[in-house]
Design a protein around this ligand. Sequence first.
Ligand code: VG1
Ligand code: CO
Length: 542
Amino acid sequence: MIRTHETTPFNDQKPGTSGLRKKVRIFAQPNYAENFIQSVFDVVERDAGTTLVIGGDGRYHNRTVIQQAIRMAAANGYGRVLVGQGGILSTPAASHVIRKYGASGGLVLSASHNPGGPEEDFGIKYNIANGGPAPESVTGRIHARTLEIDRWLDVDAPDVDLDTRGVTHIGEMAVQVIDPVADYAALMEELFDFDAIRAAVKDGLTMAFDAMHAVTGPYAHEILEGRLGFPAGTVHNGTPLEDFGGHHPDPNLVHAKVLYDLMMSDNAPAFGAASDGDGDRNLIIGKHRFINPSDSLAMLAANAHLAPGYADGLKGIARSMPTSAAADRVAEALGIPAYETPTGWKFFGNLLDAGMATICGEESAGTGSDHVREKDGLWAVLLWLNILAVTGKSVDQLARDHWARFGRNYYARHDYEAIESEKADALMAELSASLPDLPGRTFGPLTVAEADSFSYTDPVDGSVSENQGIRVLFEGGNRVVFRLSGTGTQGATLRVYLERYEPAGGDMDAETPAMLADIVAAAEEIAGIARHTGRTAPDVVT
Ligand code: VG1
Ligand code: CO
C-alpha cells in the first residue's frame, strides 16, 4: 500500500560539486532526506520497473536513509533495488554496478572526504544510467523540484536485513543485497595484470594502503591482500567506521600524515597509497617521494599502455581546469586530444561516453578511466602497481624519468576553510571585477598574460557552464586559479591553486614551496586574501 506524506519544500537542497551535502542534524530533520530523494524520483528518466542501485560509504546515518530510500523506491515504481551488503558500496563500485546490471540510476549516500558522525556531514548523490554523477541539467531539475515538492511516497514495510545477502520482496519490488566487492574486484582483474603484480610482490614489492576507516577497507583487503598476495597488515585502518575513527577521510598530506611520515621514514615500503570516505580518491606516495595528484594523472597516462586494459592506447586525456597541465604534455607527446573541464567528475561523463577521453583526473586526488563513470581510488593504486611491476622501477625513478622528459609542473593547492560566506563572495566579486585590468601587470618577477573566469562548453552536448573559477595566467606557463568549494558544509572554502612549469633541463628536484613562493605572493596581491578574510595562512596545503 502506497502512503502519501505531505511535505513542504526546503530552500537549501541545491546539489553542489558532488551531490547534496549537509550536517547530519540537517539531514535528520523530518522530511529532509525524503524530500530530496522524492525530488530525484520525480524528475529522473526511468521506465517503470527499472533497477535502482543504493550504497554508501558506511558513515553515520547511512542505514537510516537506505531503509527509507528502499521503502520510497518501492512506492515509486522501481522493480528492483540492488543494495550493497551492510549498506556499503564505494562510489566507483556503485558506478560499476549501475552499468553492469543496467540500472536506471543509483543513490550514493556519502559526503566523501568530509568527516562523519552525529555532529558531522552526510550526503546524497544521484548517478544516472551511465554510472556517472548526474550532469548539471539533471541536478538543476532535481533542485527545481525540491523547491515545489508537496508530498513524498513510501510503502509500509519493515526494514530490510542489509547484512545478509539475498533477495527479499517489498510488494512487487525485489530487494537484492549484493556483495559490494565481488563485481568491482572482477573488473579490476580484467584491467590489470594481476600475475605481474603478484610476481613483483613475491619478489619483494612492498606497500602500505591507508583506508582511513572508510569504505575502501573491504575492497583493499580483498584485492591487495587476498588476490595480489600482499601480506596481512598491508591495509591500515581497513574497517569502515561510522565516524571514520574521528578523522577526516581525506587522503591529503594533512589528514593522511601518518602514511606520509611512514613513507618518508627509513621503514618506508616501496609504495604507499590512501583513499577517501567513498573510495573515489587516491593519494600516491612512493618511498621518499610524494607524487602530487596532477603528476600522478600525467604519469599514469604516460604509462597506461603497460596495463592490459589500456594496451591499445588512450583516446584522449581530460583534466579539470585547476589540475596542472602536466597531463596535457603527455597528451601532446601521445598525439591525442587533451580536454579541460570544470571541477567535478560529472563533466567527464560525456567525454567518456563519446569515446573522446580514456583517462581523466583532478588535482584533488581523483583519477579514473572509461571503465566506470566515477573517479576510482583503488583503480589508480592498481594501475600504479601494474606500472611498477612491469617496469621494475621505483616511484622515485619513474617520476624523475617523467620529469626529465616532459618537464615538471610544480603545484600546490592552498585551502582557506570556513570563511564567512559574505567575505568569500566579496573577495571573488572584487577579483572578477579586476580581471580586465590584470593583463600586462607585473607581480614581482611575474607578468600577467591573461586573466578570465573559466567557462566551459561541453563538446558533446554544447551545454555551457559559466563561472567555474578565476584563472590568472602568467607568461611562461605559470598560473594561479581561485575558486570557492562546492562541497563544504560550513561557510565558504576558498581554494587557491598554484602552478609553475619548469621545462625539462631545468631544476627538477627543487622544493615545491620555494618554487611557488613568487606565485603565492602574487596570489595574495591579486586577491587580497588577508584583507578580505583576515587569514594570513591557509588551513590546508596539499
Ligand atoms: C572537491 C574537489 C573536486 C572533487 C569534489 C568531489 O570539490 O575539489 O575536484 O570532484 O570535491 O570529490 P570542491 O567543489 O569542494 O572543490 V569527492 O571525493 O568529495 O566526491
Ligand atoms: Co570521494
